[in-house]
Every structure is written in structure tokens, then in C-alpha cells.
Write a protein of this length. Structure first.
Lengths: 103, 441
């Protein structure tokens, strides 16, 4: 303990928090000028009925933006795993993606 | 996180849709992954179990966070040009100071509480003197990197030194001689504060000579708050997990919907090797009986218990208990020595492995019921549909056909208790690893 000038006793203690990782900024993909005529993938992470939800998103596009082509795909395994095969498919054949719900 | 990868790594403009309870978690994860400008919107929680009409209403409705139409935010997220300027608000270089600002003890206790550095119970303030006393019980240097930890797969690892572990051990009230056990737990990289919505807790089993060297309890009341080493090692594991992985704050970095009382002490105990009729747990996992180890289980939530192993209907009783377990969390049998010996008498299980094989063959459920469990749908069904065994074969079973609920390597047996009676329980949990304590002495 030490005695500061105002007379109150103070204690010095160590900080219990670990060291955060260095965060590197990531670039975003260029956005689309318009969705007209574009192919948008709806990606189902297969978590808590997310596929049922995305079918409603698909219906919304069909009703409100019929020129948008949607493809509903499931991730190849559980949502906790990366899925480069699906991402490559979307990159090759799609213009944009919606992932939901979560993840 | 998948949306960030698809957007930044594969160059596909992507929008993620989350439920509103994940707002802070999404903000935190996107910042820590370097993409705070990621595009996302929110719908109400829950999605699970809702009808098509209810889900349609979500899609046609407004974000409960922004109040704007969900699909407007989706369309804008795909088409509105990226704005790079908001990156200037992000701190990409950070460090954690070694000390906090000196203050009165009362104010420091309040600071630790307000900063979510505690488990909301009083802590011991980590002065240099107390931290040094802790550090004296390891040969490792204070500034040595002891390990890395994170609260889930979607967050990045944080790093910590031996000294940082000592700080948390002091806070928990641990004696310095416990420190090698606590260091081994930290270095395992397994968090006792997973952020999962399922409210998991960890379980810690210590084996080998160190159990008696530091006075751990494997007998009467071993899993209860009656032993200083058991209690403070378990508490230290929780505190170090939350502080060394970057926090465990409800709604931000902890999403456990109900929470879990097991998390206070991480169910920390020693195996009763002296009274067990079987091989010690660490020997089953490649160590020698003379090695001191700590074994870590996560996902502790579901528990079943009973008294004794009855002569006439013991098989039915155990099957009933197994059927009542969460089908996604495998059973670990925690047996009082009396119950362990009864298992030998009733079933002839003279090794743990024989009992495990019996459990594997008798934990059965109709396939239709099994596959309909939400956790099985979330975590097993996707693996089955893409051919992963044994799940793919199980998926071929008719709805009424009985299928095995677990794999044999997921099932474990530990002997603990003081023989005041033959009570025993099944802990639904996932074995993670067994690590050496001796390496951290």
C-alpha cells in the first residue's frame, strides 16, 4: 500500500485481463448496382429451423422482386464448420448471398 | 462469421440475418474480425418452432433493432456501396496494462465488479505480493505465454501469460500450491465460460499424486463446496476463462439463455483412485498412474441420478436414465465406489471399458424421436446428410427402429464419492482432453 497526497490509503493490483488479438481490417466486396436479374444465394446454416425462415425470404423475392433469381442452399455440415466448397460455388455462380438465421 | 468470410475473402456481397438477442454479440464479433461495417439485419427471437405464417411475418416486418423493414435492410446491404470511413473508429492495436490504477480497496473491489472481472462474489485483490507468492509455485517464468483461449469458434483467441493466470488464481482465493493445476487448466485452451446459448458449464477431474499433495477431496462431498482446493481451483478456472478470453458478459460474449449453477465451481473434484475398483481416468487416456493430470469436460447441463444398482431391474433403470438424457451430450457416469462395485457385481463389468460398452449398446432410442431432437437437427443431422459415419448409417433407420444415441468413445466413467451411500449420477457432457499438471510445476 502507498500513501497518496490526499491521505487516503491506496492499493496497487494487477489487471486480470488477457491480451486481445491484433485486429486486421477486412475489405468488403463491392456492392451490386442493382439486384435486377441477379442470382442471390440464400445460405441455410442448418440451425434452429433457419431453412424454413429462408423459404419465406425466397417467397418474398418471388413476390416483390421477381427478376431476382434465388437459390436456397444448405451448408455442407454443421454451422460451426467453415464451408469453402459452398463459398466457391456461390462465388462462381452467384452475385450475392444472404445467410440466416445467425452465423 | 461465415458472412464475413464470404464477403471479404470470396468477394461476394453478403448480408447476414440474425435474431435480435444477438445484437451485441454480432457487433462484437464483426469488430473483432476487422469488419465492423459488415451488413446485417435482425428478426425477432425465436425462429425455431415458428409456423410459416409467423416466419413470413418476420420477413415482411421490421427489424426489432433498427425499426426499419427487414427486407429493405437486406436489399440495401447487398446494393449500398461500402463506406470505408467508419473504420477510423476502430482501434486495431490494443494492449492490456499490467496494473490497474491504484485506489482504495473498496474502490478496487467495485472496479473489478463493474468491469465484469469477477463471478459476482467477493474476490481477493491481486496485489504484486500475492501474485508473486502464486508464481513461486511454478518453474515457469511470469512473462511466458501460457496459452490462448476464446469463448466460441466464431471469436478470435486471446493470449495470456503465466502471470495473468496467477492474477486470476489469486482472485479466486487459491493457495499457491494449487497453481500448477490452475496453469494446466488455463494452458489447455478449453474455456469454462463458453458463450453458447445452451448454458454449458465445465467439469474438472484431477488424477494422480497431486490430489493428495494439495489436499483435494475425492470422497464425501467432493463435488460440493466443502474442500478449499476443489472449490478455489474450480473458481479460478472460471475466472481465468472469462478474463483471459476477452470476457463473458451476458448478451455480448455470453449467450447462455438460462445460465448454469455448475459454472460457479466448474464441478471440480479428484477421482477417488484409492477406493475405485478400476483403472484411474488418466491411465485410460495415455498417462501413467504416477502422472498428475487434469481432465476437462464441457457441455455439462443434463444430470440424472439414482441410488444403487438394483439386482432385478438395474438394466431397465439405467436405460431409463439414458433415455432421459439430452441425446446430444454423451453420458459420463460419476459413480460412488459403492455403486462402482455394484456394477461389477450386477453386470460383471470388471473394467470401465466393459461398462462403457454396455452403455453404448443400451442407450437406444427410436430413430424418429432421435432425429427430431432440435440439437440433433442442429449438430448431427447436417453431418449425417453429407455421409459422415456413424450418423449416415443411422439416418437410414426406419422411424421405429432403435438407434444408438452415443458413440463409445464419447462415454466415460469416473469414480467419486465417500461411500456414505451408493448414490451415483450421469452427467451429460463432452470430454475435451486430459493434460499434464507436472509440466506446469
Amino acid at each position: 500500500m502507498s500513501e497518496p497526497t490526499n491521505g487516503a490509503q491506496t492499493t496497487s493490483v494487477l489487471n486480470p485481463v488477457g491480451f486481445p488479438p491484433k485486429v486486421n481490417p477486412k475489405p468488403m466486396a463491392n456492392r451490386l448496382d442493382s439486384l435486377d436479374g441477379k442470382t442471390i444465394y440464400l445460405v441455410d446454416p442448418r440451425f434452429d429451423d433457419s431453412g424454413l425462415f429462408l423459404r419465406q425470404v425466397q417467397d418474398w423475392f418471388a413476390e416483390h422482386m421477381p427478376s431476382v433469381k434465388t437459390k436456397l442452399v444448405e451448408m455442407s455440415s454443421v454451422y460451426t464448420k467453415d464451408d469453402p466448397k459452398t463459398w466457391e460455388t456461390i462465388k462462381a455462380n452467384g452475385d450475392g448471398a444472404i445467410i440466416g438465421v445467425g452465423h | 462469421m461465415h458472412a464475413i468470410a464470404l464477403d471479404s475473402k470470396y468477394g461476394v456481397p453478403t448480408v447476414a440475418i440474425h435474431t435480435n438477442v444477438f445484437e451485441k454479440a454480432v457487433q462484437s464479433v464483426t469488430r473483432m474480425h476487422g469488419m465492423p461495417q459488415a451488413r446485417y439485419t435482425f428478426v425477432p427471437q425465436p425462429v425455431m418452432g415458428k409456423t410459416a405464417e409467423q416466419l413470413k411475418a418476420y420477413v415482411n416486418g421490421k427489424s426489432p433493432i433498427s425499426g426499419r423493414p427487414v427486407m429493405q435492410e437486406v436489399v440495401e446491404g447487398l446494393t449500398r456501396p461500402a463506406e470505408g470511413d467508419n473504420l477510423q473508429d476502430v482501434k486495431f492495436e490494443r494492449s492490456t496494462p499490467r496494473f490497474v490504477d491504484s485506489d482504495s480497496e473498496e474502490n478496487l473491489h467495485r472496479l473489478f465488479l463493474d468491469n465484469n472481472w469477477t463471478d459476482k462474489l467477493p474476490i481477493v485483490l491481486p496485489t504484486q505480493k500475492k501474485v508473486d507468492e502464486m508464481l513461486a509455485h511454478t518453474s515457469r517464468k511470469p512473462d511466458e505465454i501460457a496459452g490462448h483461449m476464446r469463448s466460441n469458434q466464431f471469436r478470435q483467441h486471446w493470449e495470456f501469460t503465466v502471470e495473468k493466470v496467477a492474477v486470476n488464481a489469486v482472485m479466486a482465493g487459491a493457495k499457491p500450491e494449487y497453481f500448477p493445476v490452475i496453469l494446466a487448466l488455463a494452458a489447455s485452451g478449453v474455456s469454462a465460460r463458453g458463450s453458447t446459448t445452451s448454458s454449458m458449464a465445465a467439469m474438472v477431474v484431477v488424477n494422480g499424486p497431486i490430489r493428495n499433495e494439495i489436499g483435494m477431496n475425492s470422497g464425501t462431498g467432493a463435488m460440493a463446496p466443502y474442500n478449499h482446493a476443489n472449490a478455489t481451483i474450480g473458481r479460478a478456472y472460471g475466472l481465468l476463462s472469462q478474463n483471459l478470453q476477452g470476457g463473458s458478459i451476458p448478451g455480448d460474449s455470453y449467450m447462455g439463455s438460462q445460465g448454469n449453477g455448475y459454472a460457479y465451481g466448474s464441478v471440480t473434484f479428484a477421482e477417488n483412485e484409492e477406493r475405485s475398483p478400476w483403472t484411474p481416468f488418466q491411465v485410460q487416456h495415455g498417462f501413467k498412474a504416477s502422472d498428475s493430470t487434469v481432465s476437462i469436460f464441457t457441455g455439462c447441463r443434463s444430470t440424472a441420478f439414482t441410488l444403487g444398482v438394483r439386482e432385478k431391474y438395474w438394466r431397465e433403470h439405467v436405460r431409463n436414465m439414458l433415455r432421459g438424457m439430452d441425446a446430444h451430450s454423451a453420458p459420463t457416469f460419476l459413480l460412488d465406489p459403492i455403486a462402482a462395485r455394484q456394477y461389477i457385481d450386477r453386470g460383471g463389468f470388471d473394467t470401465k471399458e466393459k461398462l462403457i460398452q454396455w452403455v453404448y449398446e443400451n442407450a437406444l432410442m427410436p430413430a424418429g424421436e432421435y432425429w427430431d431432437y432440435q440439437l440433433i437437427q442442429n449438430y448431427i443431422y447436417p453431418r449425417a446428410t453429407f455421409g459422415e459415419e456413424p450418423y449416415a448409417s443411422k439416418l437410414k433407420a426406419a422411424p421405429n427402429e432403435m438407434v444408438k444415441m452415443f458413440k463409445p468413445d464419447e462415454i466415460h466413467v469416473v469414480v467419486v464419492g465417500g461411500e456414505t451411500n451408493g448414490y451415483w449420477r450421469i452427467m451429460g457432457c463432452n470430454y475435451q482432453k486430459t493434460v499434464s499438471i507436472d509440466e506446469w510445476r
